[in-house]
Design a binder for this molecule. Sequence first.
Ligand code: PLP
Length: 397
Amino acid sequence: MSKIIYLDNNATSAVAPEVVDAMTPFLRDLYGNPSSIHTFGGQVARHVEQARESLAALLGADPTEIIFTSCGTESDSTAIRSALACYPDRRHVVTTRVEHPAVRNLCQWLGQPVPGRAPYRVTELPVDSQGMLGLDEFKAALDDDTAIVSVMWANNETGVLFPVDEIGALCRERGLLFHTDAVQAVGKVPINLAKQPVDMLALSGHKLHAPKGVGALYVRRGTRFAPYLMGGHQENNRRGGTESVPLIVGLGKAAELALRNLKQEQTRVRALRDRLEKGLLAKAPGARLNGHPDHRLPNTTNVSFEYVEGEAILLMLDQYGICASSGSACTTGSLEPSHVLRAMGVPFTAAHGSVRFSLSVYNTPEEIETVLEVLPPIIRRLREISPFGREQLAAAK
Ligand code: PLP
């Protein structure tokens, strides 16, 4: 395949070469089961614990607070289901309208009646036009029946950051459990759970240069917990199933690299993202930014190009090997614009033309310049062939 320009890191990220190197011995020679009594297994178990320490260091957590899982979705599900199992008398779940389906679909299912279980009361909080959550509304939603509050740390589509410290503090005041889906935040913004009031936090390896198929759930010491996967005694009886040692070791190495690269995310990656964003807003007709300009992940920009289809833009970018994402879910055949942009009140014509670019430490200034050269003429061409775009162009003349 010819060289690609990969700007879709919120979808998944390249596995770091250092991660591949760290994993390889555990795929080839060190295949022992960490639970085995023999030295061969014990040797492997030590590497699992080292990975736990590396991940704990990235989060400012204690290694005993980390449970390895198979993905972000499993971590989210485990956290929410655990809270409901531990507080069976509480029937209220508080979340937002802009969560990833890993949380949103579970919460919506909880809100429906299913045989043998009454529906939970689910509050999905709105966001404003910049994708921000109102704290007064949040506070008003909490009550003594609330079993769990699940609010993401950073939105996957817009990169908007949620006020996790304030949300956690309000939950603590009321004695409520707070879970955050930090799948997009970990490795991109500083996290220090020793100081931040979070009870449970979900993360995913493949968003931070580890492979797919591994994630983790942080559970603060002292938090009531009920396992989702019951089975063996692995993960201190909190998640049954033989540990995927190569993937766990890979996640540990990725966490080490992420800690080392955190400053670079905040400076170099942010500068590349800003250059791309400013260039597009200046050069591409009908371009507008979705999401708060400042309270955002350093690597993400979501730009709408009015009167143009996001999918058409992606297909044309694809011809240049440029990978990005669009906000409409055309794979479902419905062409429904993203629930995140709809919750923000982005007009239909703009939501349909939204494109998310998400960068990583592996991107270069040359790649950004290529996108800035290629994309504005694509938008102009697509507007010319769009009936709505033509009307706009004619009106502007
Ligand atoms: N939460 C957020 C915010 C995400 O962006 C994603 C993946 O895109 C997930 C959860 C799900 O993670 P995984 O793919 O590891 O299940």
